[in-house]
Design a protein around this ligand. Structure first.
Ligand code: IFM
Length: 476
């Protein structure tokens, strides 16, 4: 195979999220988040796993940053825990802030660029008790929390992501119930999505006032999980319509407000008549919201795992809810508000351990389509990776050729997009460590580094060793 050189400034990183790795759930002032609560609901998480200890990263910052340095990472994308920094959504907690200050300083000492994600799904439970993301006030509390962190770290963190994958927070959390807080309230997902984006807009606005200028003052943006939908059978009107709904209610419900400052007409058509507490859900949209939400950003983070063949018909081998959102041990509902259930039949593509289709060329298609359709800021692939059932050999090594091939294939897809003119500036493999995979608990391993949850021993898998070489040389 020919060598594939990336631009010399390309950022090579890996990503994690607070709840998935930190543990220390009740230490130094942290209070419960919605995931602490949800994980205790019988059946919500496979095997009753919780995030109480997770990878114990809270107590292993130095060791973990040394590991990143040994893997030649340029950048580390991590999320901060709102419930640690502002427990119960209230006053700042210095011990929580200090933890992230120590992490950032340790990264900088080792020459690794810190990239903060402010919200990766772990809302303080007390705010959920007040309505969570269906309550407009949560967006304002989010801005308060973001400023606490920016006041402390703004002088040394160059990249600020407001939200990670708000589709999951809104529609898995409030419509389908696959994720915390586990509400299955149909149209509530649309209201939550709007308030999440409002929170994003408020934070962008505040950070701009504080000198985040897209240059030396730092960059701000959002990370969306995006799919490449297509009709399972393009000659079947029901499948064409299902694909259209996925395109709008998964991708464009966020892309248009954020990159164009408006909801597409199709969103209103697809959600016509859907009411929240007796009023059309659009009553959540107030004057001025879309100007805030659509204010220019410096970075669009794209998380891509697979595309989706959507169908409006039943299929024997299809997940009713779609591969990424099947719940392993709980009755849930469709995360697509309104309309008929959408099914996601298999296309015969290879699949990962989570049964997610492997479709690397979809990433090129997605990036090129985004570039064609929108006036994009700089793009980073902020997550991509795969869960496979890894085996620890007798000599302690972990050989994971499938994950290595998955990442290599997707990096080639990124390279192809760059060659087609998309300004992709970096790639973050998901994930640095095996960790708490939400409803699947510790059952699914996404790490390039294996974690033994009994001993907390970290072992770089063969994919990590390969990735460290690619990151060092910038050549695939
Ligand atoms: O583990 C998650 C992550 O938290 C968000 N993006 C998808 C990953 C794999 O499911």
């Amino acid at each position: 195979m020919t060598e594939t050189p990336f631009p010399t400034s390309f950022l090579w990183g890996s990503a994690t999220a607070a709840f998935q790795i930190e543990g220390a759930h009740d230490q130094d002032g942290r209070t419960p988040s919605i995931w602490d609560t949800f994980a205790r609901v019988p059946g919500a998480v496979l095997d009753g796993d919780t995030g109480d200890v997770a990878c114990d990263h809270y107590h292993r910052v130095e060791e973990d940053v040394d590991l990143m340095a040994s893997l030649n990472l340029d950048a580390y994308r991590f999320s901060t825990s709102w419930a640690r920094v502002r427990p119960d959504g209230g006053e700042p907690n210095q011990r929580g802030v200090d933890f992230y200050a120590r992490l950032v300083d340790t990264l900088l000492d080792r020459g690794i660029t810190p990239w903060v994600t402010l919200y990766h799904w772990d809302l303080p439970q007390v705010l959920e008790d007040a309505g969570g993301w269906t309550n407009r006030d949560t967006a304002h509390r989010f801005a308060d929390y973001a400023l606490t962190l920016h006041d402390a770290l703004g002088d040394r963190v160059p990249y600020w992501t407001t939200l990670n994958e708000p589709w999951c927070s809104a529609f898995l959390g409030y419509t389908g119930g696959q994720h915390a807080p586990g509400r299955q309230e149909g149209v509530a997902g649309l209201v939550a999505a709007h308030h999440l984006m409002l929170g994003h807009g408020l934070v962008v606005d505040e950070l701009r006032r504080r000198g985040v200028d897209g240059r030396e003052g730092g960059q701000v943006g959002i990370t969306l999980n995006l799919t490449v939908p297509e009709p399972f059978d393009p000659t079947e009107p029901a499948d064409v319509s299902a694909s259209h709904r996925v395109e709008h209610l998964f991708n464009r419900v966020f892309l248009d407000p954020i990159l164009r400052g408006s909801y597409a007409e199709e969103i209103h058509e697809l959600t016509e008549g859907l009411c929240w507490r007796g009023h059309p859900w659009q009553s959540a949209i107030r004057d001025g919201d879309l100007a805030l939400i659509g204010a220019p950003i410096d970075v669009l983070g794209v998380n891509y795992y697979h595309g989706d063949a959507a169908s409006g018909r039943p299929h024997r081998d299809a997940d009713l809810l779609g591969s990424r959102i099947r719940h392993p041990s709980r009755e849930t509902t469709s995360p697509y508000p309104g309309g008929e259930a959408i099914t996601f039949p298999r296309r015969g593509l290879p699949v990962t351990g989570l049964d997610w289709e492997v479709q690397p060329e979809g990433l090129t298609d997605l990036l090129v389509a985004l570039n064609d359709d929108y006036d994009l800021p700089a793009v980073y692939v902020t997550e991509n990776g795969a869960a496979y059932p890894d085996v620890v050999a007798d000599d302690g090594t972990v050989d994971d050729p499938e994950r290595l091939a998955f990442v290599a294939g997707h990096l080639r897809a990124v390279h192809a997009a760059i060659e087609k003119g998309v300004d992709v500036r970096g790639y973050f493999v998901w994930s640095l460590l095996d960790n708490f995979e939400w409803a699947y608990g510790y059952d699914q391993r996404f790490g390039i580094v294996h974690v033994d949850y009994e001993t907390q021993q970290r072992t770089p898998k063969s994919s990590a060793l390969w990735y460290s070489r690619v990151a060092a040389e910038g050549i695939l």
